[in-house]
Design a protein around this ligand. Structure first.
Ligand SMILES: [Zn+2]
Length: 506
């Protein structure tokens, strides 16, 4: 309860700050619905915040569809005659508000619910949705990952609302409990800790999972498949839980066994692991189009393409570190808006690369030090700003461009060169502590950097984050930036296998 109150205060603060940031530096995005996220302006809804999601999914093996119930507890910040949620592709049958049937209409990826009486400011409302969904449905975008034996979920950035109706904005973190019912030949899993197992008398089992800490909707994981669960204690007894397709356990074990040492390294740099457990969920599909990432940091249970994990450690270790680091940057501290994505990806790549060179694994260009890699990236700086915009000014089309990944790592490297390694580490730890289990904006990071270093870094970091030209690199006056070419696709991005995912830790 104390943690909940603290995080709500932090969220309220972040909201004010993000509104200030939006008005200061981002062209105003007007939208009838939505909150004006700089990247996805129609995402999210006004007038309430979600406190808790209680989700139940029943997988039907015969039709390969899902019957679901979502119970959402919302706190009203305004008196509303009706309220909206984000929703796409869900076949909603009934909606109740505080137990009474309510009218509802679906339109433009929104579900507008009108109860018999207005919902009053300051009160809470309990909204119950009964619906079904088909993970294989063709939608404009989807968070479902269909597999031959079930499904997994990859909601980032803006598709969680194809899996459950929600206030699908990264800054509205909430409590989650997720129950998954599956035939006994299969296993249902979700984020968090297994709290209850109930065998039904029709050959199915319901497993209920509770997430100890708040979670953003984009980080939800629910999966059904022919899985084996590998549980063991990790560093200082932290429970490790991998959920692995049964037929792939032996071939993936070498990769999965790397987690414990990676956790030790990450904790040395970032402090204690923030959640109740960590693990990896290789989806049971080799379809390269199943989802758009190599790995996705769904909270406490990172989703992976299994083929990636079949490789030897030097080929996968730095990217596994990237995903693990998201537990701190991305999950514990979530971006307040999608313009803040570089806070996730820049940090994940920065530490992923640090780990790579420390372990002595040359990167795809043969670099063996972070400085050499950063010098190369620096040379591409103007081209990347030309092609994909400044690091902290993404659009929906270039959101996951390398500019948010190694481009973000280059900003962090510049900051470290400016303030020194010891101060940089204090900035990182302070930022993680101040925003733990909450959300943060780019402005929050700049403020923490200035406060911890004792110097006003807003001009320095604004040039790096928002400038159209690459600023001078502190401590490296000899580094040069190549002139901008109008030829499409900057070579270093396109030439690397897997670079479409943006991460440059390879
Ligand atoms: Zn990432």
């Amino acid at each position: 309860m104390i943690a909940l109150l603290r995080s709500r205060v932090g969220l309220a603060l972040s909201l004010v700050l993000s509104a200030a940031l939006l008005s200061a530096s981002v062209p105003s995005a007007t939208a009838v619905d939505g909150l004006g996220d700089p990247v996805f302006p129609t995402l999210g809804n006004t007038g309430y915040r979600a406190l808790a999601y209680d989700l139940s999914f029943e997988y039907r093996a015969d039709t390969r569809t899902v019957d679901a119930t979502a119970v959402i507890t919302a706190r009203l910040s305004r008196t509303l005659p009706s309220l909206s949620l984000d929703s796409l592709g869900l076949n909603v049958r009934t909606v109740r508000v505080d137990g009474r049937p309510a009218r509802f209409t679906a339109h433009d990826e929104k579900l507008t619910v009108t109860p018999a009486r207005p919902l009053h400011r300051g009160g809470t409302a309990r909204l119950t949705f009964e619906y079904s969904a088909d993970p294989r449905a063709a939608l404009p975008h989807t968070g479902w990952v269909p597999t031959p034996d079930g499904f997994a979920v990859a909601g980032q950035p803006a598709s969680a609302h194809t899996v459950f109706p929600c206030n699908d904005r990264p800054s509205d973190k909430a409590r989650f409990t997720i129950a998954v019912t599956a035939p006994d030949a299969l296993l249902g899993v979700a984020n968090g800790e297994l709290a209850q197992t109930e065998r039904l008398d029709d050959g199915r089992t319901t497993r209920r999972y509770v997430s100890r800490e708040p979670m953003a909707t984009e980080l939800v994981q629910v999966s059904v498949g022919d899985y084996a669960v590998r549980e063991r204690p990790g560093p200082h007894g932290l429970p490790l839980r991998d959920v692995v397709p049964t037929a792939r356990v032996a071939e993936l074990a070498p990769a999965l066994d790397l987690t414990a040492d990676q956790l030790r390294w990450a904790e040395q740099h970032l402090g204690s692991f923030p959640f109740e457990s960590y693990g990896i969920l290789p989806a049971n599909t080799d379809d390269p189009a199943a989802f758009a990432f190599t790995g996705l940091e769904t909270q406490t249970l990172t989703l992976y393409k299994p083929g990636f994990l079949r490789q030897a450690e030097p080929a996968i270790g730095s990217h596994m570190m990237h995903e693990l680091v998201h537990s701190w940057f991305g999950d514990s501290v979530s971006p307040a808006t999608w313009a803040d994505l570089w806070l996730n990806e820049g940090h994940a790549d920065y530490y992923g690369l640090l780990y790579r060179y420390e372990r002595g694994w040359p990167d795809a260009w043969g670099h063996t030090t972070l400085v050499d890699r950063m010098r190369m990236l620096y040379g591409l700086g103007d081209q990347w700003r030309h092609d994909a915009g400044p690091v902290a000014s993404p659009t929906a089309d270039n959101l996951f461009d390398s500019q948010r990944y190694t481009g973000g790592a280059l900003v962090l490297f510049a900051l470290r060169e400016k303030v020194g390694a010891a101060t940089f580490d204090r900035i990182e730890r302070t930022f993680l502590r101040e925003h733990r289990y909450g959300t943060a904006t780019t402005r929050d990071y700049v403020r923490t950097a200035s406060e911890v270093s004792g110097q006003d870094l807003s001009g320095f970091l604004d040039d790096w984050l928002y400038g159209r030209r690459t600023p001078p690199m502190p401590g490296h006056p000899d580094w040069t930036v190549a002139p901008v070419s109008d030829a499409p696709a900057a070579g270093a991005r396109a030439a690397v296998p897997g670079a479409a995912e943006g991460s440059g830790t390879i």
